[in-house]
Design a protein around this ligand. Structure first.
Ligand code: ADP
Ligand code: MG
Length: 325
C-alpha cells in the first residue's frame, strides 16, 4: 500500500511539473550563419539555447573544430571533439551509401565562393575549367585517414579539407531537441525544423517566391525536416544561375529540381539526405531514402511536385502533385 502511494505521488509530481512548464516563444539570428526560433513548452531559456548554439557552431563549422583539420599539413594526426568526429564518421559512412554526399568537396565550395565569405551581395565569377580540374585533385574522402580509437583525422594532401555544411544544421536541431528539455514544440534552425511532444503542420516555402507556403505536411514528434535547393546561396553570372550544391564534377548540380525536402527521425540524416537527394534527383533517391527510413518532396523548376512516402497537401493551384511509388 505504501509503495502504491509513493508511485502515485511520483506520478502526481511528474504531472504537476509538466503543467508548470513555461510556454516559450523566441527567435534570434547569427548562429550557424542563420536564424533560429522555438515555439512550445518547457526547456531552456533563450540565453541557454544560444549558448548551446554557439557550442554547436564550434563543433560543425569550418571556423571551429574543422579548422584544425583543414589547416593541418599532410601526415599530421589532428584530434577533434568527439561530437565532431562522430558527425564526420556519419558523413563518411553515408558516402559509402551514396557518393552524392561528399564532405571533402570543401576546396570546390571555396573555389566557387560559397564558403562563409559568401553573402547575397557578393559579385562572383565562376572559376575556369582548369581551376576546377586542379582543385578536384584535392577532393576525395580517400585523402583522409580516420582513427576511431584516438578520434584523429590525418590528411594525405595538404590542401584537402572538410565541410559539414550539408548536415550540421540537422545535427544541431536533433541535438537541441534532445538536450534542452523541451516538453513540446517546434524548433527552426534556418529552415531545418524539428518537432517534439506532438505533431505540427509544416509549410514548404515556394522556391520561386509568392505565397509563404505552397504545400503542407505533418511533422511528427521526433522528426526533423530539411530542405536543400538552388534558390538560396546562389549568384547569377551572364544569365546563368550558380548555386551551392555540387556534383563530383566540381560544378553546381544541374537538374530540373528547385528543392528537395526530406523528413527523417534523425536530423543529421534528414539534412544529409536533402543535399544528397538534390544531387541524385527523385528516381535515384528512393533507395537511399528507404535506407534511412525517410520520406521526401521534390519540387521541380516547372512547379511539378513529387512526393515519396510523405503525405503532402498542395495548397497552391500553381503546383501539381504526383505521388511516387
Ligand atoms: P543549407 O546549408 O543551405 O541548408 P544543404 O544542407 O544542402 O543546404 O548544404 C549545402 C552545403 O553543403 C553547401 O553550402 C556546401 O557547403 C556543402 N556541399 C555542397 N555540395 C555538397 C555535396 N555534394 N556533399 C556534401 N556537401 C556539399
Ligand atoms: Mg543538407
Amino acid at each position: 500500500m505504501k509503495k502504491i502511494a509513493a508511485v502515485l505521488l511520483m506520478v502526481f509530481i511528474a504531472v504537476s511539473l509538466a503543467a508548470c512548464a513555461p510556454n516559450r516563444e523566441y527567435m534570434g539570428f547569427g548562429f550557424m550563419g542563420t536564424f533560429y526560433s522555438f515555439k512550445g513548452v518547457g526547456g531552456v531559456e533563450q540565453k541557454e539555447l544560444e549558448k548551446k548554439l554557439l557550442e554547436l557552431e564550434n563543433l560543425v563549422s569550418v571556423d571551429g573544430e574543422l579548422k584544425k583539420i583543414n589547416e593541418a599539413k599532410a601526415g599530421e594526426a589532428v584530434k577533434v571533439d568527439a561530437a565532431t568526429y562522430s558527425l564526420i564518421k556519419f558523413a563518411v559512412d553515408f558516402n559509402k551509401n551514396s557518393s552524392a554526399l561528399d564532405i571533402s568537396l570543401y576546396p570546390i565550395v571555396k573555389l566557387w565562393g560559397f564558403d562563409n565569405t559568401f553573402n547575397e551581395n557578393s559579385s562572383l565569377t565562376p572559376p575556369d575549367d582548369q581551376s576546377i580540374t586542379q582543385t578536384l585533385t584535392h577532393v576525395g574522402l580517400d585523402l583522409f585517414e580516420f582513427d576511431d580509437e584516438n578520434m584523429t583525422v590525418t590528411k594525405k594532401d595538404d590542401l584537402a579539407a572538410l565541410d559539414l555544411g550539408a548536415l550540421g544544421k540537422g545535427y544541431a536541431v536533433s541535438y537541441l531537441l534532445e538536450k534542452c528539455g523541451f516538453k513540446e514544440g517546434i524548433l527552426n534552425l534556418g529552415g531545418t525544423i524539428g518537432a517534439i511532444g506532438k505533431e505540427y503542420k509544416v509549410g514548404i516555402e515556394p522556391p520561386f517566391g509568392g505565397e509563404s507556403y505552397f504545400a503542407v505536411f505533418t511533422l511528427k514528434s521526433g522528426e526533423v525536416c530539411s530542405t536543400s535547393g538552388n534558390y538560396q546561396r546562389n549568384y547569377v553570372y551572364e544569365g546563368t544561375l550558380y548555386h551551392h550544391i555540387f556534383g563530383d564534377n566540381g560544378r553546381p548540380v544541374e537538374n530540373s529540381l528547385a528543392s528537395v525536402t526530406v523528413v527523417c527521425g534523425s536530423g543529421a540524416a534528414a539534412d544529409a539526405l536533402s543535399t544528397a537527394c538534390y544531387v541524385l534527383g527523385a528516381e535515384k533517391s528512393k533507395e537511399l531514402l528507404d535506407l534511412y527510413d525517410a520520406s521526401a518532396v521534390f519540387v521541380y523548376e516547372d512547379k511539378n511536385v513529387s512526393s515519396y512516402k510523405l503525405d503532402v497537401n498542395v495548397t497552391s493551384k500553381d503546383y501539381k502533385l504526383k505521388v511516387e511509388e
